[in-house]
Design a protein around this ligand. Structure first.
Ligand code: AMP
Length: 420
């Protein structure tokens, strides 16, 4: 193994591709920021307990995929595998549900860790942008979040994604369904591990990707037939609101998602250009989570969109984001005196809010102009001894190729003016 290799299942973000990741985070969070969601940041690790109780002891995320550690002080911690439990924990700790109006609307962006088998689109470190609306039961809130995610993806230029929607029922009707499903599943021909899963998390068996399992599930009882009237009415209202907003979705009865805390509305965004790891984002309502982690009753809804897979989706669709060049002016000094003078001009430009860079390291004109080109700068400033003697610098427009001599004292102002 090379000394310079990132750990298995991880990768680095380096320029220029890293700029796309920043733009994706910006695009996903923009509709949230415009809709009353405030920014929240929580630690990269939490007490193991939080995820064991919140995400669920029967989920793969907790039993197989969590990075846990014991500190020198004896604390049991886990690198966060997802965002919702942490955000709710932080909101409860800060009493946000008491000091402000409900719902408490929060958005976040960060790194998450799961010990998974790495493959294309599935990593051990990945990043998400997420949103949570805490403390209110209102189908319009579920609809809002789905509509905002759709808006975010569309603003990026993505088109080949689909929204899958389902209702998982609530604490009244889901247990009845769970039992009916267990009775059905126990009679099937399944391996040991799947049989264990029937007892701890039977809905997850519906998610099994294997064809021989799926074949046996054709006549499985359907959750839809077990939803109570309140859940049915709630779900119909969510569907109606999304439909009225012109957002297309597909009803997917098999959508159960891998986390224990979901109730009622669940949804997933899938992209058809990504192969097996097609889920680019997902979420749903989690009315019982607050109580599961020891808080008051706080019905809530949220989602998390994967930044890595969103970037892969952009690449799969061949979408090139319109990323403006980060440098507007590039200064190329020829000689010691010019280096001092132009470095001063660059500092002045930066203070005036113009993005400027400088040919460091005393390279020759040719190499420096190559760097200027690569920077994407609209203008270069070149100055040699003769220019300085005349009190001017050469200002070159990199688009038209046109070059003009500008008095040194006016260079920064002239550039600021030209760049608007
Ligand atoms: P989940 O909480 O599993 O529904 O994850 C939400 C989103 O995070 C998914 O739709 C993916 O886009 C992303 N995601 C989850 N796990 C991974 C992973 N191991 N690697 C990359 N992205 C992931």
């Amino acid at each position: 193994m090379s000394t310079f290799q990132a750990p298995k299942g991880t990768y680095d973000l380096t320029p220029p591709r890293s700029a796309t990741f920043l733009a994706v985070r910006e695009a996903i969070s923009a509709p949230l920021r415009d809709s009353g969601y405030g920014y929240i940041e929580t630690p990269g690790f939490e007490n193991v307990e939080l995820f064991a109780r919140g995400v669920g002891e029967s989920t793969d995320i907790v039993t197989k995929e969590m990075y846990t550690l014991t500190t020198k002080g004896g604390d049991q911690l886990a690198l966060r595998p997802e965002g919702t439990a942490s955000v709710l924990r932080a909101a409860l700790e800060a009493n946000l549900h008491k000091v402000g109006n409900l719902p408490v609307k929060l958005w976040y962006s960060g790194s998450y860790y799961r010990y998974e088998r790495p493959q294309a689109g599935r990593y051990r470190h990945f990043s998400q942008v997420g949103a949570e609306a805490i403390g209110t039961e209102d189908p319009a809130l579920d609809a809002e979040l789905i509509i905002l995610a759709d808006q975010a993806y569309r603003s990026l230029g993505l088109r080949q994604f689909r929204i899958l929607l389902n209702s998982l029922g609530d604490k009244e009707c889901r247990p009845v369904y769970r039992e009916a499903l267990q009775t059905f599943l126990r009679d099937l021909d399944l391996d040991e591990e799947t049989r264990r899963r029937i007892e701890i998390n039977p809905l997850r068996v519906l998610d099994d990707k294997r064809a021989d399992v799926q074949k046996q599930l054709t006549d499985a009882p359907k959750l839809r037939d077990y939803l109570c009237d309140a859940c049915k009415a709630y779900h119909e209202e969510v569907r109606a609101l999304i439909t009225a907003a012109g957002v297309a979705f597909e009803d997917d009865e098999k959508l159960v998602r891998g986390l224990d805390y979901y109730t009622r509305t669940t949804f997933e965004f899938v992209h058809d250009g990504l192969g097996s790891q097609s889920a680019v984002g997902g979420g749903g309502r989690y009315d019982g989570l607050s109580e599961m982690i020891g808080g008051p009753e706080l019905p809530s809804v949220g989602w998390a969109l994967g930044v890595d897979r969103t970037v892969l989706a952009l690449e799969a669709e061949g979408v090139e984001l319109d990323l403006p060049a980060t440098t507007s002016v590039y200064a190329v000094p020829l000689g010691e005196e010019a280096r001092r003078v132009l470095f001063g001009v660059v500092t002045e430009l930066r203070r005036a809010g113009v993005a400027a860079d400088f040919a460091f390291g005393g390279r020759g004109l040719k190499g420096a102009m190559k760097s200027a080109n690569r920077s994407g700068a609209r203008y270069t400033l070149v100055a040699g001894e003769r220019d300085l003697a005349e009190g001017v610098v050469q200002l070159k427009d990199m688009e038209s190729g046109e070059q003009t001599a500008v008095p040194l004292t006016e260079a920064a102002a002239e550039l600021a003016k030209r760049l608007g």
